[in-house]
Structure formats: C-alpha cells, structure tokens
Design a protein around this ligand. Structure first.
Ligand code: XBP
Ligand code: MG
Length: 229
C-alpha cells in the first residue's frame, strides 16, 4: 500500500532554477567573481547538486579563478540565498501543472507528503509559504541535512528513517537524473517529470516518465475560431 509521496522541489514542484541562476549571477557580481552563468553553462553545472558544491566545482574548473576557502564559498552562497529569497517573494513562482491536484489528492487519501530537496531549508520554507503549501508536508529534508547530496541516496534513506517507511511503500517524484539515482539508490520507485533544465537527461530507469502531472489538454488548447453555441 502507498503510504508516502516524496517530492523533489527544484524542477519538480516548480521551475525554480532560473531564479537560482539569477541569484547566483547577482552574487558573483557583488563579490567580483569572474562568473556569469548562462543557461548552457548552468545546465552543465546542475550536475553538481547543491549551490555551494556547484560554486566550488566552477571555481576548480576555471583557470585563474580565485581559490576560495569553503567558508568563503559559504559566504557567497549565503548572499545568493538572501537574493533568491527576495526574488522568490517578489516574483513568486507557480507550481507546475497538476502538482497541486496530486498533492491534494494524496492528502485526502491519507498518503503522507515529504519534501526531499538539495536546496537550502530557508528556500524550501519560503517556497512552501509562497505557494500556499505550508503544513502540507509532514517531513521536509533540505540542504546540508545530509553530508552528501543527490545523486547520493542519503536524503531518501533519511526520509525512510523519519517516516518509518519501506521503499515499496513510497513513490518519489523527481525531474532529474541526479534525483532519480538518489531515489533508486534508496530503493524507491520513481516517477520523472522532466523540467526545462533536465529535458535532455536520460531517465530510462524511472518507473514512469510523464511530461508533467497535469491532465491531458491542460492547459486547454486555444480554441480556433468562434465558440459554438
Ligand atoms: C537542486 C539543486 C540546488 C539548487 C540551488 O537540485 O541542486 O542546488 O539548484 O539551491 P534538486 P541551493 O532539484 O535535485 O534538489 O543554492 O540552495 O543549493
Ligand atoms: Mg530537481
């Protein structure tokens, strides 16, 4: 019997990565770091999950980039998080099609909801608040709650522990290969809904692959010509 749905945030509940990218780029400008992450660069860097880890990776692979300590990386990332929170509150972000319906139906059916995200806890809280989902998730695991982020299975194993859940009693919803591998590593079946940044990723080991969770024809096609009646 299905006891819990476990959700990724970025890319799965909503298309948040452009806000993250914008916040990163503004933080780089503020600190005088020699980076501007365009969409192509960001798509590649997304394979390194976690903002601090991503920045560390970029510094390492860029000849001539300053050698920042982990504390300095964390300081830049702290600033990025503040910018992201501001962008999230000012611009807001919409849930992907069908997400609210599936969450509501799960809740009604007594299926627990868990959020298992690589992003920072304050981002997750602000997101849930902004989308009217505060209190819907009985478990929120975020950011540095695990030492190693996705694709490591740590976060989904921790969720099993917290929920007292066997892998076959849950389903994970993810948008990326990193998330897929993390969930599979913990033994969960996985439903993949690719996002703008993960459309090209190979997720063939998923139990199901859907373009989105909206009903077919939602959003409704634009009517051609005058309405009948
Ligand atoms: C999301 C991430 C995060 C965000 C940025 O991956 O990797 O790093 O891009 O958030 P997933 P932070 O959807 O697999 O959880 O900068 O707060 O890490
Ligand atoms: Mg994701």
């Amino acid at each position: 019997k299905l006891k819990a749905l476990l959700w990724d945030l970025d890319g799965t509940l909503a298309e948040t990565e452009e806000l993250h990218r914008e916040a990163f780029n503004r933080a780089f400008a503020h600190f005088g770091l020699p980076f501007y992450w365009d969409q192509e660069t960001y798509a590649r860097l997304l394979w390194t999950t976690g903002g601090k880890e991503r920045l560390k990776r970029a510094l390492e692979e860029t000849p001539g980039a300053p050698g920042l300590s982990w504390e300095e990386i964390a300081e830049v990332h702290r600033y990025k998080t503040d910018l992201y929170l501001r962008l999230l509150r000012e611009e807001g972000v919409a849930l992907r099609p069908g997400v609210r319906r599936v969450l509501a139906e799960a809740r009604e059916a007594g299926v627990a909801l868990a959020l298992c995200t690589t992003t920072s806890p304050e981002n997750a809280e602000a997101f849930l608040e902004g989308t009217g989902l505060l209190g819907w998730f009985s478990l929120v695991l975020a950011g540095d709650v695990v030492a190693r982020k996705k694709p490591d299975p740590g976060i989904y194993l921790l969720a099993q522990e917290h929920l007292g859940l066997a892998p076959e009693e849950g389903v994970v919803v993810e948008d990326s290969r990193s998330g897929l591998l993390s969930a599979l590593g913990a033994g969960f079946p996985v439903l993949i809904t690719p996002s703008l940044y993960t459309l090209d990723q190979d997720c063939q080991e998923a139990r199901a692959l859907l373009p989105h969770l909206g009903e077919p024809g939602n959003p409704a096609p634009v009517l051609q010509g005058p309405r009948a009646g």
